[in-house]
Design a protein around this ligand. Structure first.
Ligand SMILES: *Cc1c(COP(=O)(O)O)cnc(C)c1O
Length: 355
């Protein structure tokens, strides 16, 4: 990777260094990574408990700060229990292989995040993929294949991270009931942005603490039986060191802020909708609005043009998105001002790009 590539990737990730630009490239939707209560909790945990957890959870590293974080997560998501992992990726590659094996099938939305598809492959279950958000295609695949397998897990996302649209959870739940499957949703871009009930229809909710929660780590929420099983069967939990205490404390403090400041949580979606209302497209369904430009060159040129006008917007290219769908991915955050949103929309309109 060239330095320019690495730098543009740093920029795409919203890493500080892009001085003076207004970033629409960060998943820190609520700005909680810098919230005073979050910093205070992290600092205190660091001083009290040190920098590292010291061991994996089952081998003596089950840090005292994990249980209260898990209780807060379970409460927030309205589930019996939660289990915290080292990252969202680790939660996925721990959970799916713990739930499904050779005799089972996993039916995943084609646009599911790479960690879900890798996790599905790792599980040694048969992996089938349905066309993005096509409940009809999912049904056809179930009709043709369900009978050959013991258990079946349907996998989707509450909000798709590169498209900003929502998974069709209610319809997929109806399919899951009809065909005796579990339904899992990845909540990475929904936590803190959409009401927690948005993922209600899923049996299993998987997510990350690295986006709106502003910290790091992953989690799975669900029934007590499910979580108790994962805690003994998920290999990424058993064989990997637990979260640093300060990271767990930061995530817990962020959840407290989510509970205490419901008005804050409404802002990213409201900002995205202010933006889409200024353009011709559909109203935003989440904090993410893509502008599809097809070729990598056009997407990179668009990102460079926006940068020259003071905006940091990531150009997302294959393999993160399908071939010929390179795009700008605009991520709205609570802190964006109406004028900034208006100016960005004006440039997009002036360039004739379509959301
Ligand atoms: C970011 C993301 C993950 C991975 O979470 P990390 O905590 O960053 O490993 C998983 N799924 C989706 C949909 C994501 O956007």
């Amino acid at each position: 990777m060239s330095l320019t590539e690495a730098r543009s990737q740093r920029r795409a990730l919203g890493v500080p260094g892009a001085h003076g630009l207004v970033s629409f490239a960060s998943n820190d939707y609520l700005g909680l990574s810098r919230h005073p209560a979050v910093l205070e909790a992290a600092g205190q945990a660091l001083r009290e408990h040190g920098a590292g957890a010291g061991a994996s959870r089952l081998a003596g590293g089950d840090h005292a700060l994990y249980a209260p974080l898990e209780q807060a997560l379970a409460r927030y998501k309205g589930r019996e229990k939660a289990c915290v992992f080292g990252s969202g990726w680790l939660a996925a590659i721990g959970a799916l292989p713990a739930l499904c094996g050779k005799a089972d099938m996993i039916l995943a939305d084609k646009l599911s995040h790479a960690c879900l598809l890798d996790a599905a492959r790792l599980s040694s279950a048969a992996v089938l993929r349905f066309a993005h958000n096509s409940v009809e295609h999912a049904r056809l695949l179930l009709e043709a294949n369900r009978g050959e397998y013991q258990n079946c897990l349907i996998v989707t996302e509450t909000v798709f991270g590169m498209d900003g649209d929502r998974g069709r959870l209610r319809e997929l739940k109806a399919l899951a009931v009809e065909f005796d499957c579990w339904l899992l949703t990845d909540d990475a871009h929904a936590l803190g942005v959409l009401p927690p009930e948005t993922s209600r229809d899923a049996d299993i909710v998987l997510g990350t603490l690295s986006k709106a929660a502003g910290s790091y780590g992953g989690y799975v929420c669900g029934s007590a039986a499910l979580i108790d099983w994962l805690a003994t069967a998920a290999r990424s939990l058993i064989f990997s060191t637990g979260l640093p205490p300060a990271t767990a404390a930061a995530a817990h403090a962020a959840l407290n802020v989510m509970n205490e400041e419901p008005g804050l949580l409404e802002k990213p979606l409201a900002n995205a909708r202010q933006f889409t209302a200024l353009l011709v497209g559909e109203p935003a369904q989440s904090a993410i609005v893509p502008v599809i430009l097809e070729s990598n060159e056009r997407a990179l040129a668009a990102s460079a043009l926006l940068e020259s006008r003071g905006f940091l917007v990531a150009a997302i290219r294959p393999p993160t998105v399908p071939e010929n769908t390179a795009r700008l991915r605009i991520a709205f955050a609570a802190r964006h001002a109406p004028e900034q949103i208006g100016e960005l929309a004006a440039i997009i309109r002036e360039q004739g790009w379509v959301c």
